[in-house]
Every structure is written in C-alpha cells, then in structure tokens.
Design a protein around this ligand. Structure first.
Ligand code: BG6
Length: 462
C-alpha cells in the first residue's frame, strides 16, 4: 500500500464563475439567477464585479502557475455561452473560455470544468426554472455545446455543483421551490430534473469527448451519531441517506434510495417520474466521484412531535422532523464564521465513499473562510495553513488505507465572493484588494499560504 500521493496527483484549487468572474453583463452575457437575486444579506456585496477575473484572467492564471498547480477547477457561466440559456451562441463567451483553457494548457495545468455552479439563466427561471421539465433538455443542449467547443482540450468535466446543497438549502443559493403543501414535492421534482439533466450530459460527454471523463460534484460529509444511544445511530444513518447517499446512489447506480421515497410517499409528496426516466438514469455512468467537503455533521434522533425548539435557525434548516436533527459536535473547533473543522472527518468521508462505490475520487472543494487582513502588503493566514496541513495529512492516510484519490482542488484558488457571507469572509491563496462596498484597485497579493501551498505541490504533498 502506498504511503505517498500518486505521481500525477491533481494538486490545484477551485473557483466558480458567478463568485469569481464579475463582468456580469459584459460582452453579451445574459443575466443569471445570481445576478438578479434579491436576498443578498445586508452588508454583503452582490456578484456583479467579484474579483474581476473577467479582466484579470491572465494574471490570475499566472499566479496559479506560480503556485505549481497541476489542475484548476472552474465553472463556465451558462449565460456567457447562451445568454438566454438556449438559442443563439454568444461567440464572445466561447472566446473567453477558449482563452482561459489555452492559457491553462500553456502552463500544463489540467482544466476541470464545472458546467453548472448555482447559476441558472434567469430566462429559464422565468419559465419555471428547474421545476419545468424543459430545463432538462436546455441543460443537455448547453452541455453539448460545451463538449463540442472545448472537448478537444478539456477532458475532466463536472456536471452540477452541490446538487444536494441546492435541494437542502435551495433558497440560499437561488433555487425556488414555492410555498405551501406542494413545496416538498417540488423540491424533489427539481432534484429529479437535475438528475436527468446531468445523466443526459454524461451520456453526451461519453459520445462526443474523446477520452472525456465526467462526474458530478455533490457536497459529501461523514455523519456521526450524537451519542451512543441506538436511536442516534439510526438518526445518523437517516442523515447520511438524505444528505449523501440519495444523490450518489442515483448518479452511480441510477436508483433512488427507498427510504427517501417512502418518506415522500408518507408526506403525499412523491415527485413525478416518467416511464423513460429510470432508463435514462440507469444508462449514464460517471467515471469518477468528485465531491466537496467542509466539515462532518452530527445527528440525533428526531420524533414526529419534535418542535426543534433547542435548535438554531441553521440547524433547523438542516434537520428533518421525525427523521434526524443536526446538532453541533462539541469535540470540534470552529472557524471564525462558526463552521466546524474536522480533518479526520475528511478521511472518514473518503473511506466511506470509496467503500461504497469503488470509483476514483477527486476533492473539488475544501477550505476555510476567515477575516484576512492586508498589512504592509502581506497577509499572514497561518490559520489557513494549519487547516490545509491537517486535511492534507488525512488525505495521505486515506490513500494509505487504499482509497483511490486522484486530486485535491480546495476552495478557493484566489479570493472570491462567499455564497452568502460576502467579501469579508475570505478564501483563497491570493488576496484581492476590495471590500464589500469599495472596489479599491482589485490588486492581487500572495498570502503566506500561497508560498506554503507552492511547497506542498513541489514536494507532492510530503
Ligand atoms: C460550497 C459552494 O458550498 O461552499 C461554494 O460550492 C461556496 O460556492 C463554498 O462558496 C463556501 O461557502 P460560503 O458560503 O462560505 O461561500
């Protein structure tokens, strides 16, 4: 068994278009749901300028090359390619991504491209969004355009980022399910349409991209029972199914987990499945499993009469009455933004996924957001180095245990706008000089972690 990272291990990092690019209406790009989103929390910025990667892509890729990246995971903005989500192709959008891909390849950085990262075209949203079955074929058509235009150079594809997060916390990331008694059914109807869309895209990829590899990128986490009470063990099992396996089972085996379907039936909320749908799901096969990991979860039992009284608002959203309630783990430290930190949980997650599916794994997000400060042109982010060091140690242990891990692309390569906590919550190895309300000069500064990660990559993780 190897005690080392494989020779061609994909060391790199990630970003997403709507959080990093800016240029929200430049050169023919159409509006995305994120561009028109109204629920931006007070005191945080919107996603119109971001880090202005749109105008700084050359310098940004040079910084990634300087860190020694072997891969870079980024997403393509659907409406830069198809301003309405369908119809006429925007040549400028194709050119923009051609430039990015060619620049990466110039430095021997392998592009890993996400097709969809929380960013539905607004025109499709107006037509019912993911609840409308037509969106499935719009996505498949968009995927085909990407493969035809970039598939000669892009061999690693990711369909949908964090589908499970969109289903669990839809509204935060701009997905709508409506209100009232149809809400639960609609939520899983949206999920079903996303499943079909990504299954079709996988199939098209295998037909059109020579040596192309494709997978989805859900957010997967190890789940602990809160105590050794047998019922908490059941709660943890329930949470694993609702949060993790329901999605991965469908991507990989083309089947829906019965426990979730029974729950929906019991609540008169079973979604509609057409006769041909199950065939479509069964037919598509991913080549690897990509997943994002931030922290583990902890579950305790919930009963039908549970009023969630002792839970925080966030925990309430993450819990299901009568199934499980998510609670904090007192054994774990927290980030400055209250997220739990659990490096060993990453190893457990890797082991569990690999045991269950036996496909190569790639980590497409993992990281820590905090208050970075620029002092004398320097950013001392020791806390980030500590976080990554501990997580990378666990990767090595998991590989040593036999897990086939092919890459690590943490969040994020360069500073970008957090999904729901604005610019003050800083990610990345490179600082971008702006605040939530002041764009300043958007100048890039290498953080202390930049030089540290450069060494990690140089020494292949040792
Ligand atoms: C993941 C998303 O859920 O978490 C990213 O794929 C996101 O888009 C990241 O930025 C971190 O979350 P946040 O809310 O701190 O930005």
């Amino acid at each position: 068994m190897s005690n080392k990272f494989p020779k061609n291990f994909l060391w790199g990092a990630s970003t997403s278009a709507y959080q990093f690019e800016g240029g929200w209406d430049s050169d023919g790009k159409g509006p995305l749901i994120q561009d028109v989103r109204k629920n931006i929390p007070n005191g945080t910025t919107d996603f119109k300028v971001d880090s202005d990667h749109y105008n700084n892509w050359k310098e940004d890729i040079a910084l990634m090359a300087e860190m020694g990246f072997k891969s870079y995971r980024f997403s393509i903005s659907w409406t830069r390619i198809l301003p309405k989500g369908f119809g006429k192709i925007n040549k400028d959008g194709i050119n923009f991504y051609n430039n990015i891909i060619n620049e990466l390849l110039k430095y021997n950085i392998i592009p890993i491209v996400t097709m969809y990262h929380f960013d539905l075209p607004n025109e499709l949203e107006k037509n019912g969004g993911w609840l409308n079955r037509e969106t499935i074929d719009h996505f498949a058509n968009y995927a085909k355009i990407l493969f035809e235009n970039f598939g000669d150079r892009v061999k690693y594809w990711l369909t949908i980022n964090e589908q499970n997060v969109m289903i669990i916390f839809g509204e935060i990331v701009g997905v709508k399910f409506g209100e009232g008694k149809e809400r639960l059914k609609n939520t899983y109807q949206v999920n079903h349409h996303m499943m079909l869309a990504q299954a079709k895209a996988m199939d098209i990829c295998h037909q059109t991209v020579k040596n192309g590899k494709i997978g989805s990128a859900p957010n997967i986490a190890a789940i602990y029972p809160n105590t050794n009470k047998p019922e908490d063990q059941i709660a943890a099992l329930n949470m694993k199914i609702f949060r993790n396996w329901f999605y991965l089972d469908c991507y990989i085996f083309g089947i829906y987990n019965k426990f979730v379907l029974n729950y929906l039936e019991k609540h008169n909320s079973m979604f509609e499945i057409y006769k041909e749908d199950l065939e479509i799901l069964k037919k598509s096969k991913p080549d690897f499993i990509a997943f994002n990991y931030y922290a583990s979860g902890t579950a305790e039992m919930s009963y039908e009469n549970d009023n969630f009284k002792t839970l925080t608002d966030q925990q309430k959203v993450r819990s299901i009455k009568g199934v499980y309630r998510q609670v904090y783990n007192p054994n774990l430290q927290k980030t400055q933004f209250g997220w739990e930190i659990d490096p060993i949980g990453l190893k457990t997650t890797l082991r569990e996924i690999y045991d269950r599916y036996r496909l190569p794994l790639i980590i497409t997000e993992n990281g820590i957001g905090g208050y970075d400060e620029l002092i004398d042109d320097k950013v001392n982010d020791d806390y980030r180095i500590d976080y990554y060091q501990k997580h990378i140690e666990q990767l090595k242990l998991a590989i040593n245990d036999g897990v086939e891990l092919i890459g690590y692309n943490p969040w994020s390569a360069i500073y970008l706008v957090s999904t729901h906590e604005g610019i003050k919550k800083r990610y990345g190895f490179v600082f971008v000089n702006r605040t939530d309300d002041d764009l300043k000069d958007l100048k890039r500064y290498r953080k202390k972690s930049f030089y540290w990660y450069q060494k990690v990559i140089e020494n292949n993780g040792l």
